[in-house]
Design a protein around this ligand. Structure first.
Ligand code: PHE
Length: 338
């Protein structure tokens, strides 16, 4: 009888077909209700005790082989023919792979969602900019040394045209067309000519924000950023460190408290426990003037952050290049709720 099982096993191993009906026939013959396997299992009950062990082992081998064969052939026939003829319409569908949103888009959408809930609109502008909107209007006149902070790519035949280095250029465009109160965020792709290391990137993504109205103070800025970081990171602690940007005065950099629990925490925070996440400040009166907004009447704040950096922190991604390599194994891990 054991030989009988072995013969079945050989037959199962030899069987091959790409025809859906044949595969289904094979499945029914072996694994169906009245199939070979059930017969043999029924027979197994009467096998003498001392033979039970060997017989059971062979029978189990046969069962595993049948299941694997059916699975493998079904998968093959599905992937090779493209359109499978399904003989049994009540059968469950093959698993369908759905695509995911890119992690940078997920983070961008989350940030947009947080700010639009408190009344910020979204504004967009061109990636190819002129000198005025990217630099001069932002209190960065030609030959000003602060331009070194943001070198970029210029059009050779017309150095007035360049790839924008930040989406502050969009804010200038927005202010030129609108009078306060202004509350807007500008997400977008930006470019910098940076060759500091192989990890430095010439293209990345930003979201900048701008709020201009009567009597806007630094306290409003801090409260808005606190609201934002709490909404994005959960209950988080932030601190503002004095900094410099030509278009804001005073200016600050925002750090978020990351913690110092693990060795990685020590490494990424350089032993301080804090991580910089964005720049901000009160809009310089010169910028308002350049956009025909009266600085005697209005004041405002601005802030700007890199989406890659935020995404790295949120998802604990250690290398920025992973966002651009489009390795499906990396991208598959992110599920959008937006
Ligand atoms: N534009 C700055 C940058 O790209 C960020 C920033 C925006 C800083 C607004 C202050 C205020 O680095």
């Amino acid at each position: 009888m054991i030989d009988h099982v072995k013969r079945h096993l050989e037959e199962v191993q030899k069987f091959s077909s790409s025809n859906v009906e044949e595969i289904e026939g094979f499945r029914v013959k072996y694994a169906g209700k009245k199939g070979v396997l059930n017969d043999l299992f029924a027979f197994f009950r009467d096998v003498p005790v001392k033979e039970k062990k060997d017989f059971g082992k062979e029978l189990n081998n046969l069962k595993v082989a049948v299941n694997e064969k059916v699975k493998q052939l079904q998968l093959q026939s599905k992937t090779s023919s493209g359109n499978t003829i399904i003989s049994d319409p009540s059968r469950t569908a093959f698993p369908i792979q759905t695509g995911n949103r890119h992690p940078l888009s997920i983070v961008k959408n989350r940030i947009i969602d947080i700010f639009t809930q408190i009344g910020f609109s979204i504004s967009e502008g061109p990636e190819i900019e002129d000198d005025w909107h990217n630099f001069t209007a932002l209190n960065l006149p030609e030959h000003h040394p602060a331009r070194d902070m943001q070198d970029t790519f210029f059009i050779q035949t017309n150095p007035d045209i360049l790839l924008r280095t930040h989406t502050s250029s969009v804010q200038v465009r927005h202010m030129e067309k609108n009078q306060p109160p202004i509350r807007t965020i500008s997400p977008g792709r930006v470019f910098r000519n940076e060759a500091i290391s192989s990890r430095a990137h010439c293209i990345f993504h930003q979201i900048e924000g701008l709020y201009i109205a009567k009597d806007v103070s630094f306290a409003d800025l801090k409260q808005t950023l606190k609201y934002f970081t709490e909404a994005l990171f959960g209950n988080s602690k932030i601190r503002l460190r004095p900094s410099y940007f030509p278009f804001t005065e005073p200016s600050a950099e925002v750090d978020i408290y990351w913690g110092l629990e693990t060795e990685t925490d020590h490494r990424i925070t350089k032993g301080t426990g804090w991580l910089e996440i964005m720049g901000c400040g009160m809009v310089d009166p010169n910028v308002l003037k350049n956009c025909d907004i009266n600085p005697e009447e209005y004041s405002g704040f601005a802030f700007g952050m890199g989406i890659e950096r935020i995404a790295m922190l949120l998802y604990q991604v250690s290398d920025i290049r992973l966002f651009f390599e489009n390795d499906i194994r990396f991208l598959k891990q992110f599920k959008a709720t937006f």
